[in-house]
Design a protein around this ligand. Structure first.
Ligand code: FE2
Ligand code: FE2
Length: 223
């Protein structure tokens, strides 16, 4: 926990109320994960956000998106649904009905409206969409959303085999490869534990495999 306390001082001062709220609302493990993803997004901004064509979202917003991305992760699915239905019902139509009972697919859209309407964080549509779609199974994701999706899994609440490799590729500047790896591993893992695999994973993996033509060993969790 020490490391994340040191990390907290790297956030802008005006994040303090959000940090206090998250610390009170979330379990220590989830809170640390949120801090780590916020810091990872600051690092990601230096790699991806600051390059031409200039991304209009500043480093602060990238860090803030990471900090608050899982604000609803530990709520009940009913609570998530309430927030989505009240403030962003169109988001529900983007989630297959059979997956609306799963917090994995519901907490992003719920968190997105929660930060706006409960925490008063009002940023661009891109900012809120990135939080809504950070699970990664959406069409035409923005650069911010794509980075949040990958940064999230470079700082997992529970370490998994391969997360260091994912981080090296991502922070090394190869976002496409990092996304492909993460999508393939996520699909593989969900299938293993018999968790519903969002239908968007398959075409995303196929499209990126065609683009990157990875060798089979690319998908190894070692290396
Ligand atoms: Fe999440
Ligand atoms: Fe997360």
């Amino acid at each position: 926990m020490n490391q994340s306390i040191i990390g907290i001082s790297s956030f802008p001062k005006y994040f303090e109320p959000y940090i206090r709220f998250l610390r009170a609302k979330l379990s220590p493990v989830r809170f640390k994960h949120c801090v780590d993803v916020g810091l990872a997004m600051g690092k990601a901004f230096n790699v991806y956000g600051n390059n031409p064509p200039f991304d209009p979202h500043g480093r602060d917003d990238w860090m803030l998106s990471g900090l608050v991305h899982d604000v609803m992760k530990e709520a009940s699915v009913q609570t998530m649904r309430w927030w989505i239905e009240k403030y962003s019902p169109d988001e529900l139509s983007l989630i297959p009905p059979s997956m609306q009972d799963h917090h994995v697919y519901m907490h992003g859209p719920a968190g997105s409206v929660f930060v706006r309407h409960a925490l008063g964080i009002r940023r661009s549509g891109t900012f809120h969409e990135a939080i809504a779609h950070h699970v990664g199974c959406y069409e035409a994701m923005s650069l911010l959303a794509r980075c949040l999706n990958v940064a999230d899994m470079t700082q997992p609440a529970e370490r998994y085999r391969g997360c260091d490799k994912l981080g090296r590729i991502f922070f090394g500047g190869d976002l496409n490869s990092a996304e492909l790896l993460l999508s393939a591993w996520t699909k593989e893992f969900f299938e293993q534990i018999r968790f519903p695999v969002h239908p968007a994973f398959e075409p995303k993996i196929a499209k990126m495999t065609k683009l990157l033509k990875p060798a089979p060993e690319f998908f190894s969790r070692e290396g």
